[in-house]
Design a protein around this ligand. Sequence first.
Ligand code: CP
Length: 310
Amino acid sequence: MSQLSVEHLLGIKHINKADIDLIFKTADHFKEVINRPIKKVPSLRDITIANLFFENSTRTRLSFELAEKRLSADVVNFSASQSSVTKGETLIDTANNILSMKVDIIVMRHPAVGACDFLSQHVNAKIVNAGDGTHEHPTQALLDSFSIREKLGSVAGKKIVIVGDILHSRVALSNIYALRLQGAEVKVCGPKTLIPKYIESLGVGIEFNIKKALEWCDVANVLRVQNERMEINYFPSTREYTQLFGINKQLLDSLGKKILIMHPGPINRGVELTSDVADADQSIILNQVENGVAIRMAVIYLLAQQVERN
Ligand code: CP
């Protein structure tokens, strides 16, 4: 197979294992390219991409922009806070105005669940979801699995625990879909109030004891508590959260084995991870960021193969 089964990357829920294999094979090639002295290929010289960010981002935004530039695409960037959205322009009007400037692919981050899906039904461009509210963050899940594969040889059969605020996390949902598709065993660990009731229907186990969860797993993917998405208190205090679910070096060293530590960023140092854990040699947090560029190059490259050229 040399083409994705989907026209847009809206979520991992919509793709299959062959798509993931194709993205990883393509990303392997691009990872080799970005480690050369000349880190660019001319593949997408005829493609224009708009990055529409209606929510803050450091890693995803820079990584997409770099990926697009490494592929030699023309790139325009849009921040909602500096745009006419603040004057009341709708999402479709904004997108159509950008498309009339002959844009082929839109990468969008938006606070509303389903915003990318909605856009894909109303505008004539390929859409890549860079995070829609609490729903999906597909390229994050792809780069996470790619990083596990790189360090452990494969994802199939590995035991992954996702720790923290599962309820508000698009990273958790996309990771669960991606890991299950590839045959990993997945558990979640966090306060009962931050674990959605439907989670077991996705083939995922639950462990409330952080030490037991870490003893079980090969990889811990640790998430930030998303206070900005909370309208009520889900646990008594940050201090109590850290005592019950935070990972420190003493806990890590007590396991008697070396697990991989992952985090999508941004990290709240001292809350979900202590600094000595975030910076430990078993932490692959910066490898994840590095792999994000190759994965996003692969996704953009593969979707661009479906763009009609005149
Ligand atoms: N992991 C991630 O999505 O980070 P940003 O919010 O900085 O893009």
